[in-house]
Design a protein around this ligand. Sequence first.
Ligand code: GDD
Ligand code: MG
Length: 359
Amino acid sequence: GFYAVVPAGGSGTRLWPLSRAGRPKFLHHLTGSDRTLLQATIDRLAPFAPAERTYVVTGVAHAAGVSRQLPALPADNILVEPSPRESCAAIGLAAMVIARRDPTAVMGSFAADHLVRFTERFRSSVRDAIDTARAGYLTTIGITPTHPETGYGYLRCAETLGAGPGRLVGEFKEKPSHEVAVEYVESGKYLWNAGMFVWSVRAFLDELARQQPELHDGLSRVVASWDSPQREETIGEIWPTLPKISVDYAVMEGAARAGRVATVPGSFGWTDVGDFHTLGVVLPMDDDGNVVVRGEERGGEVLAIDAHDTVVVPRSGRLVAALGVHDLVVVDTADAVLVCPRNRAQDVKKLVDRLKERG
Ligand code: GDD
Ligand code: MG
């Protein structure tokens, strides 16, 4: 059978003060729909995996929020980490839990915080990816790049695999420098890695054992205790010692060098909503290019005169008024207000770093 996995960690610091340690971005409504990013992610996967074959891996602080937002998910399918160890530990844990249930399973891992505009096209790429994964490849979904983004992984496409849309990946390069990213995009040979992975649990766990023996061994010991009364104690002891590394660096780059990574193309209006500027690009705007990002919580009124290309996030219930401004981000929450130019939206995490230093 097919299993859906959603690693939901990371706090989304570039979306501060909306996204907070206590309420990270995947638990938020960012699109004006009545579903949060996490709920929408699970909805998209429903035709492939019913709730009992769906797993969410999340931190201890967010397990209650996840369970509240996904009432159909069995409690056992929320895998709770004592502390964040990045995506390889999270995805590896899910793979091992699934392999115990079904050693022949195929699983797909999907980030909790992406926007997908065209659901049916997304599902058709997932179907292609499942076919390619059955042939033994660690399969990624590749997106045609539009600019030299340095926060993504890049896939160099090599030969086609059989009759399907799958292609071998000659190189997987995670987060290249700006110069390298420019070169990749100009060459026309690279796709962005969408952060969605489909593979048989056996193929993935073999690669994990080969490339990250320490992580594989630690996770094996955690999962060996899964049904015993020592589960909590074991995970509490081992988890903090696991290598802290993302699956892209830990497994995908090396697997591509070994000829074990494939990609299928995706063109479904994909966005990794990392910051407020990007949100403003993908959400509907008024005639002046202004965007109001509404959520489910108390949305205040917005009054704009001679303002254009501004992103307003009214989440306090107060009136937000803008006069004669342009290309700004204004976020109003109950206990913090952010104002910055749109072209500095990437740097919002610096504010969070500074706040953390202050303690
Ligand atoms: N449970 C858990 N614990 N989940 C985690 C943790 C963790 O410690 N760290 C990250 N995740 C989850 C995130 O919530 C997200 O769903 C997924 O793993 C990817 O992590 P990100 O931190 O968002 O990765 P990224 O955006 O820098 O890069 C990845 O995604 C890009 C596309 O958006 C890579 O796969 C890139 O190659 C890719 O281009
Ligand atoms: Mg991301």
